[in-house]
Design a protein. Sequence first.
Length: 309
Amino acid sequence: MVIVCIVPAARAQDGKALRVVVPFPPGGAVDTLARALSAPLNRSLGQNIVIDNRPGANTVIGTEAVVRAAPDGNTLLLMATSFTVNPSAHARLPYDSLTDLTGVSRVAYNPLIICVHPSLPAHSVKELVALARARPRELTWSVASILGGGRIAGELFREAANIELINVPYGGGGPATIALLGGHTSMMVGNLLECSPYLPSGRMRAIAVTSVARSTAVPQVPTVAESGYPGFDATNWFGAMVRAGTPKAAVERLSVDIGRALQLPEVNEALARVGLTGGAMTPAEFDAFIRSEMQKNGRIVRSLKLKVE
């Protein structure tokens, strides 16, 4: 599906629109992110913005579309954590993740939250870990997908705590949430928006968030890092990339303009509605970040022997 967002503005000198490829279906967090950025980028770049949804194959289809585009700075990929998972999970990709694309900026991130069913006698990370050690491989935890950010965060927590848990992947955040609400799983690692509606009523109990700092959305919930695992950080994140070979000036301008857009109140409000926080990086910082995430996530994927055929 291709959706064109046209906002009155002077056309760019070459008359081309900026095509923003979203490797997810319309209506999700990344799609919302693209739409929030479209108006300010239209004003700053003087280009119409085309949002091109290319879902499928854990973001591989959309990424390949950008790799095949001209390296002129007029095609932008909005990617997610899965970009750094795919090289280890796929036997073969139609592109090289490190050499065929270059980073523009990280755009936004969101912490994940560890929640348990109220029947579980655990009210903190310490109690959860003690329970898991007393009942090895009895506790189950649900996630939205077998290769998503929630799975990676949960596996990193399991490894840090040296506990044994049974993972149960579902086809989306909704089913994973329903599984925990129904008591079919003991706990889940999910997005704040999936869990937070059920915290006030006690239908779920929050144990910790996976970011280094507490979330402003649930400031009463401690981090894993402050709960006995210093330095623990496993957040979902989203960023912008272009095809390698794009002129450095075009990459830097896109990065600067995205950073400026993320400072606008209306953009921050739109992101907050889907649980995201803006957080820009320079192209060099983002390239280094991607390599670090690829190494960390690849180790987890290889240790679990997760593969996508």
